[in-house]
Design a protein around this ligand. Structure first.
Ligand SMILES: NC(=O)c1ccc[n+]([C@@H]2O[C@H](COP(=O)([O-])OP(=O)(O)OC[C@H]3O[C@@H](n4cnc5c(N)ncnc54)[C@H](OP(=O)(O)O)[C@@H]3O)[C@@H](O)[C@H]2O)c1
Length: 278
């Protein structure tokens, strides 16, 4: 397939692009190549390349900053997706929209299914939900793939932060009252390849497997243990962090339907962490 990828470089696309390139012709686009908030440019780019599929990894991802920048978040995450959906409809490309666990409110005590009702509790989540809604309404041939708590070799992410803090001898803290499933960008990318190959359009949840979820505190413990670092981790609550954007207390995504529909078995988070740290 000829696949156009927006949002390059980025935490996800740094791993996604080379993995897609193993089997596909890939056109990675930076914001300088294509700003998805510009409708005319989106149409021109899709017309020039006529891709079989577009994977939209571009987005406004600063969750706390979004609380004071509704317009910025909605411009990239909703209007940008809107432009891509219109252009994909016009030029008959498949659109794969990357989304988030933050579309859910976290007031549940079991992992979320792709068909559970979203109810975002922060601006970022609301803007991503708007993007999902528009893509679903405008297209028949779409995938909406939600992930959570991404980490990978490049970019700002929890695993690197914990390792840097521990190696510099700084205090390490982990939040105990947010339960999630971490996602290694390589594991996600391999799953996405299989979703694209399936032709089973629709909604998917794709994260590392945690069997019910883990807290950031537990994940920090696993990171240090896997790296062989003996450091104390202080458990803290979300309240202690006092961040502008509230986070869902429980945002574990159930990946069983993904396995049923695509045959992809996500790695267990411990295995993913071991492979990543190697
Ligand atoms: N990271 C996570 O934990 C997480 C969790 C759930 C879902 N997701 C979703 O996964 C996707 C990828 O996330 P990520 O963490 O890899 O993001 P990232 O590292 O922040 O990368 C986002 C990319 O999008 C670009 N971009 C921003 N606005 C754009 C625009 N208007 N037009 C074109 N490109 C634009 C950014 O360019 P600049 O760097 O120049 O701004 C950057 O290249 C996003 O859809 C995000 O919502 C991420």
């Amino acid at each position: 397939m000829k696949i156009l990828v927006t949002g390059y470089p980025g935490l996800l696309t740094n791993d996604l692009v080379p993995i897609l390139q193993e089997d596909h012709q890939v056109i990675p686009l930076s914001i300088e190549d294509l700003d998805i908030t510009r409708k005319g440019d989106v149409f021109k780019t899709i017309e020039n390349h006529l891709p079989d599929a577009v994977i939209n990894c571009a987005g406004y991802t600063a969750v706390d900053q979004a609380e004071k920048d509704w317009e910025g978040a909605f411009q990239a995450n909703a209007l940008g997706a809107h432009h891509l959906a219109l252009a994909c409809r016009h030029f008959e490309s498949i659109l794969c929209q990357i989304s988030t666990d933050y579309v859910f409110d976290g007031r549940i005590n079991r992992p979320y299914q792709p068909w559970d009702s979203p109810n975002p509790i922060n601006v970022y989540g609301a803007s991503k939900l708007a993007g999902e809604f528009i893509v679903e309404k405008l297209l028949n041939r779409f995938y909406i793939v939600r992930l959570s708590s991404l980490y990978g070799k490049n970019g700002n992410n929890f695993v690197n932060t914990i390792l840097n803090q521990a190696e510099r001898g700084e205090p390490v803290v982990g939040v105990i009252d947010q339960i999630m499933s971490p996602t290694w960008s390589v594991n996600f990318s391999r799953g996405l390849v299989q979703i694209l190959a399936s032709g089973n359009f629709g909604f998917y949840h794709l994260t590392d497997r945690t069997d019910g979820g883990i807290s950031w505190f537990d994940f920090a413990k696993a990171i240090l243990k896997t790296r062989g670092l003996k450091r104390e981790i202080r458990p803290i609550t979300s309240k202690n962090l006092d961040r502008p954007a509230p986070r869902p207390p429980y945002s574990v995504l159930d990946t069983r339907y993904l396995t049923l529909a695509t045959g992809y078995h996500p790695l267990h988070y411990q295995e993913a962490l071991e492979q990543f740290l190697k």
